[in-house]
Design a binder for this molecule. Structure first.
Ligand code: KIV
Ligand code: ZN
Length: 387
């Protein structure tokens, strides 16, 4: 049975680029957009055209080069923003306007000094206006995570009537717990008339480290689009990490869900974004971090050398990493030393290993990590003893 697809909406170039100090120029954005298209994301959010002439121009140029993905542009719920987005998207093969407004009590009162009724009217008008330019209109209910579910259902129902094709339910502040966010999606599925004709989208921020868990909870409750960024970059603590949600769906086949992403390009895409943005991910970052497939303790190394699956739930090759790494440290065991020594040309017998291992440990106690050159040095110092 073929698996149901979850749409991957990449917002590295819009929400991701909101990281302070990581602004990209048009040329850099084009390189990333081309790579995202190759990676197989379904939607590329290219920017917020009304925000600056530079962003407008980037959306125009990205629209010209993207061949497969839908190209999306963000707007606020006003005519000027929507016109700018429509104009910037004029060359896109598959254009989408992403418009919306804050729906939580806090946003309605303090951001807009408005009322729920007025917000619904603005949302309907914005969607209808965007619809006069493009068929594909996504509505976002900003701060949906803290919006009363009944009001959220009401505004969703109204914007569907105005022509929305996708409903984005952002946990803008990263506050929700996974069961709460999942229940919100289920509530909308169960209570919004016309919901079966639109796609529900998860857009989760990572303020409490729950963005990925919340997105998956949303998907398990009926959402079919995830908004995410490469390396999880974005405002504050960032957005849902694309590589994480894609691999979760791949590694859990019983969910019966899949994406169009070519996972073998995940690592190189992550490297490209790190390089262009000048922002390195932490070594222990899930899926694409330098340590994601590195094993340094003796017990784990022994297991992995015998059978990789003892301590790995993904094949590194599936994300574009050539192999697991056996890192030699003072916590490494004899099996790891023999394995790495063999890789650099020394096939040690058990007796030889008995001689070399204590020497290795003395070395490793001084150095944090024992690299290939160090192995040669250790072998040289033991030469007379193991000859
Ligand atoms: O986090 C958020 O609510 C957003 C919207 C503008 C989609 O990024
Ligand atoms: Zn966001």
């Amino acid at each position: 049975m073929s698996k149901e697809k979850v749409q991957i909406f990449d917002t590295t170039l819009r929400d991701g680029e909101q990281v302070p100090g990581c602004k990209l120029n048009t040329q850099q954005k084009l390189v990333i957009a081309e790579r995202l298209d190759l990676l197989g994301v379904d939607i590329i959010e290219a920017g917020f055209p009304a925000s600056s002439p530079g962003d407008f121009n980037s959306v125009v140029e990205i629209s010209k080069i993207v061949k497969n993905a839908t190209v999306c542009a963000l707007t606020r719920a006003n005519k000027k923003d929507i016109e700018a987005a429509a104009q910037a998207l004029q060359y896109a093969v598959k254009p989408r306007i992403h418009t919306g407004i804050g729906t939580s009590e806090l946003h309605i009162k303090h951001k807009f000094n408005s009322t729920p009724e007025q917000i619904v009217e603005r949302a309907k008008d914005a969607v209808a206006y965007a619809k006069s330019f493009v068929d594909d209109v996504e509505f976002y209910a900003e701060d949906a995570g803290r919006t009363d579910n009944k009001f959220l259902a009401h505004i969703c129902e109204e914007v569907i009537k105005s022509g929305a094709t996708v409903l984005n339910i952002p946990d803008t502040t990263g506050y929700c717990l996974p069961d709460e966010y999942g229940a919100k999606i289920k509530y909308l599925k169960d209570n919004v008339k016309g919901i079966e004709n639109v796609t529900l989208s998860c857009h989760c921020h990572n303020d409490l480290g729950l963005a990925t868990a919340n997105s998956i909870a949303g998907i398990q409750n009926g959402a079919r689009q995830i908004e995410c960024t490469i390396n999880g970059i974005g405002e504050r603590a960032g957005n849902t990490a694309l590589e994480e949600v894609v691999m979760i769906l791949k590694q859990h086949p019983y969910l019966n869900l899949d994406t169009n992403v070519n996972t073998k390009l995940l690592y190189s895409t992550s490297q490209l974004v790190q390089e262009k943005m000048g922002l390195n991910v932490q070594p222990n970052k899930a899926v694409i971090g330098e340590n994601a497939f590195a094993h340094s303790s003796g017990i784990h190394q022994d297991g992995v050398i015998k059978n990789r699956e003892t301590y790995e739930i993904m094949n590194p090759e599936d994300v574009g990493v050539s192999k697991s790494a056996i890192v030699l440290t003072a916590r490494s065991g004899r099996a790891a030393l023999a394995f790495r020594a063999k890789e650099v040309g020394y096939e040690l017998t058990k007796d030889q290993l008995d001689i070399v291992y204590p020497e290795f440990l003395s070395f490793a106690d001084i150095k944090k990590e024992v690299i290939d050159e160090d192995i040669h040095e250790i072998m040289e110092s033991c030469r007379l003893l193991i000859a």
